[in-house]
Design a protein around this ligand. Structure first.
Ligand SMILES: C[S@@+](CC[C@H](N)C(=O)[O-])C[C@H]1O[C@@H](n2cnc3c(N)ncnc32)[C@H](O)[C@@H]1O
Length: 304
């Protein structure tokens, strides 16, 4: 392993704003960000207060109130965390967590947050598959999935981060999901008037992943809020969508278009439909740009 990578791995171990495979964090993020903001070091995770909506009703402590006042947003497959950092700068009254497996990438976003003193941004190094272990029911307000690997091979479809297998995981902690206490149809806005509650955003340059995700939304009857296969050609653009990530700059898919979908995971996702999905997605074509991408990705993965 390269020396630079080792230095970055060692650095994030010392950063208060990076947690690697954290234990016992469910329901504690409001208290964690409170401690981060007060420059506590080290942060005593075991003794952080748990706060959730139920607790708020019975125990309206300042920490519990803070949990409701400061919405929590995740950036999944965050890489260097451009969205976690960009949104953290835009919305100082909200908290943001980037999740990625690769410590050397997370190091970049975590270092920027430290340098700029942004205490509303943190990172979790882990597989996304483990996220239900880290967040309590209703603890997360919204999710951004930014340029995830499209997993172009049909046989790898279950690894796509918008496959129902993953959506079922997100439902366990995202507000407004099935059987949850909050009704997503009751619009909940942040202080800037932007709807955030229970929303999943996907930004990708992969037409295949875009079309796959639309099929999932259609087949499982999910609430589609917005879609475009050419974001920057839209008459009005959500300013959050203007944040550019490292992979966006690479334009690996060579589609020359950024695709964007905004939706709720507001229905049960019956496992019985997964087989139908498997059949349906065989028809989604992969264009020449996507093939180029697959080759470029394979070459990049070999180098890393
Ligand atoms: C194509 S990169 C995109 C990074 C960043 N969002 C960007 O746009 O520059 C995909 C990222 O997803 C991460 N990733 C892929 N599968 C993952 C998983 N199951 N759990 C955690 N991270 C994952 C990779 O480590 C990688 O950093």
């Amino acid at each position: 392993m390269g020396q630079k990578k080792l230095i970055k791995f060692a650095a994030i171990k010392e950063y208060e704003n990076v947690l690697e495979y954290p234990q016992d964090m469910q329901g504690k993020w409001a208290a964690f960000f409170d401690a981060l903001g007060k420059n506590k070091s080290p942060i005593d995770i075991a003794n952080l207060a748990v706060s959730d909506d139920t607790l708020l009703a019975t125990n309206p402590t300042p920490t519990n109130k803070m949990a409701l006042n400061k919405p929590l947003t995740l950036e999944l497959a965050c890489g260097r965390g451009e969205y976690a950092v960009g949104l953290g700068r835009m919305f100082p009254e909200q908290n943001f967590i980037g999740v990625d497996l690769k410590g050397n990438r997370i190091w970049k976003g975590a270092s920027i947050a430290n340098k700029e003193g942004l205490k509303n941004i943190a990172f979790v190094r882990s597989q996304i598959e483990l996220t239900p272990n880290y967040f309590a029911k209703d603890e997360v307000d919204e999710i951004w999935i930014t340029f995830p690997d499209p997993q172009l091979r049909w046989s790898k479809a279950k690894k796509r981060l918008t496959h129902p297998k993953f959506l079922r995981l997100y439902q366990q902690f995202l507000k407004g999901g099935v059987g949850k206490s909050k009704d997503i149809k009751e619009v909940t806005k942040n202080n800037n008037g932007i709807d955030i509650r229970g929303i999943v955003h996907l930004k990708t340059d992969s037409p295949l992943l875009y079309n796959f995700t639309l099929k999932v939304i259609e087949l499982y009857g999910l609430n589609l809020l917005y879609k475009t296969d050419n974001l920057y050609a839209e008459a009005t653009i959500d300013p959050r969508c203007l944040i550019k990530t490292y992979y966006e700059g690479l334009d690996i898919a060579q589609s020359n278009k950024i695709h964007y979908i905004k939706f709720n995971i507001d229905k049960e996702l019956p496992i019985a439909l997964d087989d139908i999905l498997k059949e349906t997605i065989k028809d989604i074509p992969m264009d020449a740009g996507e093939l180029l991408r697959m080759e470029a990705e394979a070459a990049r993965a070999k180098k890393e």
